[in-house]
Design a protein around this ligand. Structure first.
Ligand code: PMP
Length: 461
């Protein structure tokens, strides 16, 4: 007979978890949700400052979404999109997405996760260049610390060592260029603009070294999320985009986190004036209530798919659950709520409270850098404010902070480099932002006391 702690782990593999150390801990078992709070099996409430995994944009108890799912389940619980058939609701969702896209788009192709849609983007880039008689133009440039998912192709685009190691990834066609993190990788005294210029030059040098005839596309999140909430330096995309044009590369924009209001703009592409050829969305498309994602493609791309069918007989791609009616209904209802509840205006009103509240903690001895826009933010913890040196990974400072926050009923996510991420539900109120910042401030203080007790050197000049 397994005891309770062992039983919690016996049958379950936790993704992105240290499975060795976790064997000695209890999982945090969540049983309910209420607004921006989740509730564990002991009835304790946590302010979910990450909206789960950046996705529960409408919190954890939006009745309208439950009703939309139930209605759809009663009307048409499943149908597929193969062979010229399609659920009616999925057509409605396609049109809604194309109408709201940040740049003219031709068609939408559905899947069930960000990873799958990015994987599909890779396939389309290759398909397109074969169709256009450029079979050697296949390499895709992503960025260090970018996150695009975990399928074989999307994990290859992801720029995090832990997603590659021992999985025999990345695939040889995937390359990684610089991470645009000015605070961490800018040279001493280098302005954001000069940093952006240097990174653009490095990108061009990489393309020339590889051979422009072999480089097909560039993929980027407008703001790198899981890599550490990295806001691009001023002029970054203005510098990068002309290079993509010059070498006839497709621009794939991963809007999986930024999409649907996170930054106070409908898409990250609106914030930075990007015009993607291919664009992936997931997460907040359905407020996280149902697994659904989409790849939006420009008309030029969708025209090629049509043309190829003449040659190949069919577009040979699609998942059983591509355009599944239940997630489609929930997504459509989510988009209606965003519009009816003026979610962008709300994010623009409360976002600055979060940003200012966190920036007010900038003088805290552990805080190296505070950054963000709208309702996405990060606080980077350092051992030495002047040199920006991190704590050694073995110090466990991030894990300690996460533990203290959790004790105080706050869920945040600490990423590699002791970067604390915030991405609360978009419905968070001004008072709840104050609550969030208060709890985080207390967690910082508790972490500082803990670090001092352990004799960790902290240079808070
Ligand atoms: N792209 C980005 C920017 C993401 O943040 C994520 C997930 N965190 C993905 C893609 C992958 O999405 P999924 O986990 O739904 O496969």
């Amino acid at each position: 007979m397994l005891d309770a702690a062992a039983r919690d782990h016996a049958y379950y593999v936790h993704p992105y978890t240290n499975l060795a150390t976790h064997q000695n801990e209890r999982p945090l078992v969540i049983t309910g949700g209420d607004g921006i709070f989740v509730i564990d099996q002991d009835g304790k409430r946590y302010l979910e400052a990450m909206a789960g995994l950046w996705c529960a944009s409408l919190g954890f108890s939006e009745r309208r979404l439950a009703d939309a799912a139930y209605r759809q389940m009663q009307t048409l619980p499943f149908y597929h999109s193969f062979g010229g058939k399609v659920p009616a609701i999925t057509l409605e969702l396609s049109e809604a997405l194309i109408r709201m896209a940040p740049a003219p788009m031709g068609k939408a192709l559905f899947a069930s996760s960000g990873s799958e849609s990015n994987d599909t983007a890779v396939k389309l880039v290759w398909y397109l260049n074969n169709a256009n008689g450029r079979p050697l133009k296949k390499k895709i440039i992503a960025r260090h610390k970018g996150y695009h998912g975990v399928t074989v192709a999307s994990a290859s685009l992801t720029g995090l060592p832990v997603s590659h190691a021992d999985f025999d990834l990345p695939l040889p066609q995937m390359l990684h260029t610089d991470c645009p993190h000015h605070y961490r990788f800018g040279a001493a005294g280098e302005s954001e603009e000069a940093f952006a210029e240097r990174l653009a030059n490095n990108l061009e040098a990489m393309i020339l070294k590889e051979g422009p005839d072999t480089v097909a596309a560039f993929i980027a999140e407008p703001i790198q999320g899981a890599g550490g909430v990295i806001i691009p330096p001023a002029t970054y995309f203005e510098r990068i985009v002309p290079i993509l044009k010059k070498y006839e590369m497709l621009f794939v924009v991963d809007e999986v986190i930024c999409g649907f209001g996170r930054t106070g703009h409908m898409f990250g592409s609106n914030l930075y004036g990007l015009r993607p050829d291919l664009m992936t969305v997931a997460k907040a498309i359905s407020a996280g209530y149902q697994p659904i994602s989409a790849l939006l493609m420009s008309e030029e791309v969708s025209d090629v798919l049509v043309r190829q069918s003449t040659k190949l007989g069919a577009f040979g791609h699609g998942y059983t659950y591509s355009g599944h009616p239940v997630p489609a209904a929930v997504a459509l209802e989510t988009l209606r709520i965003y519009e009816q509840d003026r979610i962008l205006e709300h994010v623009r009103a409360v976002g600055p409270l979060l940003q200012d509240g966190l920036r007010a903690l900038a003088d805290h001895p552990l805080v190296g850098h505070v950054r963000g826009v709208g309702l996405i933010a990060a606080v980077e913890l350092v051992q030495d404010k002047a040199t920006r040196a991190n704590f050694p990974a073995t110090a466990g400072i991030g894990a300690a902070l996460q533990k203290f926050a959790q004790q105080d009923g706050l869920i945040v996510r600490v990423m590699a480099g002791d970067i604390v991420a915030f991405s609360p539900p978009l419905i968070i109120t001004a008072a709840e932002v104050g609550d969030l910042v208060g709890r985080f401030g207390r967690a910082l203080d508790a972490t500082l006391a803990w670090a001092r007790e352990r004799g960790l050197p902290i240079a808070a000049r």
